[in-house]
Design a protein around this ligand. Structure first.
Ligand code: COA
Length: 163
């Protein structure tokens, strides 16, 4: 039986931290759906269409990534609509763990069949967050170590630092 799992986030932008989780997920599940939240509360630098495109380019090499979609509703309802009951989340630190246990529970309240599966971030990327990367870029630091090449250049272009 094919196992499909959904990996949600804001992905503003996708980093090597996210790719670590996605790559490892593709070795366990047959199909991965990446669900990108519009999440306007976070005031994303890239609009939803751009985040979908950057994520698409960054995961082109991963055959099991079957779908990348944007969403603007409850994640648990989206998972149900996409006919998956496996939710993937990455855990970097104890602070993530605390937040994730609550998120997993609320999602289960909404869709009881939905189980969250947690991957511990690989230690080389466990300090990365999209906000840190954007801050580094804002002050003209080098974001190449944290972002896939195309995403790094897209961020430079967005911040108008591209030469
Ligand atoms: N490696 C590196 N960075 C990671 C990471 C990893 N493995 N996992 C998460 N991050 C980073 C993200 O880049 C993000 O950084 P930022 O805050 O600097 O942008 C941060 O950690 C938080 O990520 P995450 O916890 O995944 O939050 P998110 O904003 O990316 O996504 C949703 C959260 C979209 C999953 C959640 O808000 C959601 O489900 N929204 C829909 C509404 C809903 O159903 N809510 C729940 C019921 S109330």
């Amino acid at each position: 039986m094919n196992k499909t799992a959904i990996y949600p986030g804001t992905f503003d932008p996708i980093t090597y931290g996210h790719l670590d989780i996605i790559t490892r997920s593709t070795k366990i599940f047959d199909n991965i759906i990446i669900a990108i939240s519009n999440n306007l509360i976070k005031k994303p630098v890239f609009d939803l269409k751009e985040r979908i495109e950057l994520t698409r380019v960054a995961t082109l090499h991963l055959k099991n990534v079957k779908k990348i979609l944007g969403f603007n509703n409850l994640l648990a309802n989206l998972a149900k609509k996409e006919k998956t009951n496996i939710l993937i989340r990455g855990v970097r630190t104890i602070f993530d763990f605390d937040h994730e246990t609550k998120l997993a529970e609320i999602n289960k309240q909404i869709y009881p069949e939905l189980d969250s599966v947690f991957f511990l971030s690989s230690k080389e990327v466990s300090f990365i967050s999209s906000s840190f990367v954007k801050e580094i870029a804002k002050y003209k630091g080098d974001t190449k170590p944290y972002l896939p090449k195309e995403v790094h250049y897209a961020l430079l272009k967005k911040l108008k630092y591209a030469t």
